[in-house]
Ligand binder design. Structure first.
Ligand code: DGY
Length: 326
């Protein structure tokens, strides 16, 4: 019997590729850049299983080039780059990589939180460029986290991971909003369920952990920034489109909020004009899950998802379970 064919749209850590190569014919797009639409379509036409990245748009046109496509395995927990509705209509399982990057992203969220409130990036540049001339009582005053209120928007795995670190590690008070209330979580972390508005009006730091959906796009815009305290910070490690980035720049310029730390952008890799000029902003290039541990585990889970589907087994992480057993 011929081997199943897997197309991988860019080099990812070897651990998952090794798993796939044990029983499949694997082709990896060789260039270290985002695959072109033409090359993507060529790869999809050839394969039985697609392993794609969040930078690949897997839409109706791409899905339609191969009526025998058996699975779309996204190397990310977010899957807004895939037309899941259409894949579901075609009976194609769409898989993702939840769980294995929770700690990496929660830690990165904290790194951003600490960096922006302690002014680490500014102070680093200051020190490296020879501006440090001696200790000063007022040099780079920042904000302490202990006793401050963290507003968590979205209490999934990552939001909960951030809450755990904030409550147990940093002694922060926690307000959270999610479509689903979680009373066990409230007891464990002494957290309070609140409306979005209450969070915005009371939090010293607002951190966003919701998936990108039509209902969450621009969840943070002009109106929401106006509700935030002037001393508050915004952190976003979820998806860029959740924040109206131009409105954020305006809010920062007007000093409606104290600062922001972002890992994701509305029009990646482009940034809204003015963002890089602001000292009270910390920016990372969508690297919240970029730890050796998380990226290897994502590679393995993306591979296992494919092998499960090819073997007729329900995959570990399926986004559209309704296609299973149809
Ligand atoms: C994801 O998995 O969705 C992350 O954004 C990748 O880092």
């Amino acid at each position: 019997m011929s081997k199943s064919k897997v197309f991988v749209t860019r080099k990812i850590p070897d651990s998952g590729i090794k798993i796939l190569k044990e029983c499949c014919d694997v082709r990896i797009y060789p260039k270290n850049k985002v695959i072109s639409r033409k090359e993507l379509i060529k790869g999809v036409k050839w394969c039985d299983a697609l392993l794609c990245l969040l930078t690949d748009t897997i839409d109706k046109e791409v899905i339609n080039v191969n009526h025998k496509l058996k699975v779309i395995s996204n190397y990310a927990v977010g899957f807004n780059n895939v037309d899941v509705k259409y894949a579901t209509l075609k009976g194609i399982p769409v898989c993702n990589t939840p769980g294995v990057l929770t700690d990496a992203v929660a830690e990165h969220t904290f790194a951003l939180m600490l960096a922006v409130t302690k002014r680490i990036v500014e102070a680093n540049t200051f020190t490296r460029t020879g501006k440090y001339k001696g200790w000063e009582p007022m040099l780079f005053l920042g904000m302490e986290l202990k006793g401050k209120t963290l507003g968590i928007i979205g209490l999934g795995r990552i939001g909960s991971g951030v809450a755990e670190r904030a409550g147990k590690g940093m002694g922060m008070k926690i307000l959270y909003y999610d479509v689903q209330r979680n009373e066990n979580f409230e007891k464990e972390f002494n957290a309070q369920y609140a409306s979005l508005e209450k969070i915005l009006r009371n939090a010293d730091i607002v951190t966003v952990h919701v998936p990108l959906l039509p209902t969450t796009q621009h969840l943070m815009g002009e109106k929401q920034f106006k509700m935030m305290k002037r001393t508050a910070y915004l952190i976003n490690t979820s998806r860029g489109e959740i924040v109206d980035e131009r409105a954020l720049v305006r809010a920062l310029k007007r000093k409606q909020i104290a600062g922001a730390a972002l890992d994701v952008y509305e029009h990646e890799p482009k940034l809204a004009q003015g963002l890089t000029k602001m000292k009270n902003v910390v920016l990372t290039p969508h690297t919240a899950s970029a730890t050796v541990e998380a990226r290897s585990a994502m590679s393995e889970l993306a591979a296992r998802n494919i092998l499960d589907v090819l073997a007729g087994k329900r995959p570990e992480a399926i986004v559209n379970p309704e296609v299973w057993g149809r």
